[in-house]
Design a protein around this ligand. Sequence first.
Ligand code: UDP
Ligand code: MG
Length: 334
Amino acid sequence: MTPDVSVVVPVYNEEEGLPLLFDRLYPALDALQRPYEVVFVDDGSSDRSVAELRAQFQRRPDVTRVIVLARNAGQHMAILAAFAQTRGTYVITLDADLQNPPEEIARLVAAMDAGADYVGTIRLRRQDVFWRKAASRLMNRVRERTTSIRITDQGCMLRGYHRSVIDAVNDCTEVSTYVPALAYTFARNPVEIEVAHAERTVGQSKYSLYHLIRLNFDLMTGFSVVPLQFFSMAGAGIALISLVLVVVLAVRRFIVGPEAEGLFTLFAIAFFLIGVALLGLGVVGEYVGRIYEQVRQRPRYTVAAILQQPEGGRERGAGAASRLSLPQATGAHE
Ligand code: UDP
Ligand code: MG
């Protein structure tokens, strides 16, 4: 039986939080009273997360699947690895840290029942540290101006996607991406709802400042060439102003004579422009680097193992051939 709802949960070193997540996620999904599956994807955890996930798979093999990646591929790649395995008509992404309440899933499902093929979310009273909220506000604004992605709260990963959107995302082969934005480009009827947000109670955020900057470059470069155009436009503008300056100085030289004052002003302007030029070079580098990664065509993630019941086997208990299948073997299932 194909499930109505697939819930995708990326997990990276979340051993402390997983038991709490299981305790809330499964009752919330049981309450939906429709067939569902939870697809956990372990993103190369080095703690006991995989063991926790395996134990949960043994407790609820009928509705649980676990994909174990060989190495840390990043949250967005991990989600794509899970998308490729989902079977549900609706696919919901949820973080493992309970910052987004699993109880909200019912509202996302209701929005999709009502016809939405993309349900974005806005965190009501987001519970994160100050600098993260400020940086998010800034990045949301930059993204809003430079891309055609119209989402209010890009950082909230509790989102719902219809199968048609997921199929389109699965056809993409980009190596650096931002799942909510990528999916948005395929949505025909996107809606947004407000959801509650909680502090992270156990474990730590997996995003350092460096990782957040990288992620935002993925978003910008993946969905806009405006940063490149900005530098070509600025370059043209500066060249034009410089030309006027040259003409003014040439004329002045004939009328007033040579000038040597304002030397440090000149330095200041020159240093500023050198800074701008280096920044521009860096921006070009961000694009070139991603193009390079893309043309190398290495696999985006490596699946080490998949824990799932053989398709069709819905019986519970010891007889249910729960098995560990290697990725090559999964294609050959039944
Ligand atoms: N995550 C992941 N791979 C990574 C980093 C994070 O799968 O490389 C998962 C993590 O386990 C969590 C989700 O992505 O389920 C969001 O991470 P986190 O809560 O640390 O991010 P934040 O809420 O601080 O933005
Ligand atoms: Mg979090």
